[in-house]
Design a protein around this ligand. Structure first.
Ligand SMILES: C[S@@+](CC[C@H](N)C(=O)[O-])C[C@H]1O[C@@H](n2cnc3c(N)ncnc32)[C@H](O)[C@@H]1O
Length: 204
């Protein structure tokens, strides 16, 4: 089964609240986005957004230039249905982030919660970083939430990477100026916790 089939199967067979990464609201992500993007017309892409409610919350706060990308058309379809008419305000992209063609300098903010850590092949990580570097406007904001050093070694049945601040920053390189980092203990719907590491960088 390839990556797209895997994720489509997940979103076809599980309710949004029945996946370990579910959170009613991505409060940490929202908190960072509010601070780095005070202007509601700033363009934001949520990479691997899945069925998360980040897009709902961004729209509710007045952000009017939001895109959601995911490899799973099923997840994007469910999000559109949930949002109803509001879905027309969002740019939806079904694509693999390691292969997607995204216009150069098209976003002020790049957000990724729980996607980069699935890239276990160095070549895929290089493709990802190439895309962030070309897609985000110079001086733009990059927010990555990945499993921390004490995070799980698998998620959704797939192997994942775990990162501390230095190893995550090293994947992105010197053009990414590290502004802040924080750890979060995500409470899964199953009563367990997962350690996440958030890094926020400015692309120079
Ligand atoms: C663990 S979920 C996180 C979803 C969402 N970001 C959240 O925090 O609720 C990982 C998401 O990444 C998507 N994904 C996995 N590999 C991807 C890739 N190569 N390109 C784009 N999306 C991908 C999956 O479809 C899934 O929605």
């Amino acid at each position: 089964m390839d990556t797209r089939q895997h994720w489509d199967r997940v979103y076809e067979t599980k309710a949004p609240t029945d996946v370990s990464w579910f959170s009613p609201h991505l409060e940490t992500s929202l908190g960072i986005i509010r601070r780095v993007a005070p202007n509601r017309s700033m363009s934001i892409i949520d990479v691997g957004g899945g069925e998360s409610t980040l897009v709902d919350d961004l729209l509710a706060e007045g952000y009017c230039n939001v895109a959601v990308m995911d490899i799973s058309g099923t997840a994007i379809g469910h999000c559109k249905k949930r949002l109803g008419k509001l879905a027309d305000k969002v740019t939806w992209i079904v694509a693999d982030i390691t292969k997607a063609e995204i216009p150069v300098h098209s976003y002020d903010v790049w957000h990724d919660r729980a996607v980069f850590h699935f890239l276990t092949e160095p070549a895929d990580r290089l493709e990802y970083v190439r895309r962030v570097t070309s897609t985000v406007k110079p001086g733009g904001h990059v927010i990555i939430g990945a499993f921390g050093p004490e995070g799980p070694s698998k998620c959704s049945g797939l192997d994942v990477m775990r990162y501390d601040v230095d190893s995550l920053h090293a994947e992105f390189g010197g053009r990414f100026r590290l502004m802040e980092s924080s750890k979060e203990l995500h409470q899964t719907p199953f009563g367990t916790t997962q350690q996440f590491l958030y890094c926020y960088c400015i692309l120079e």
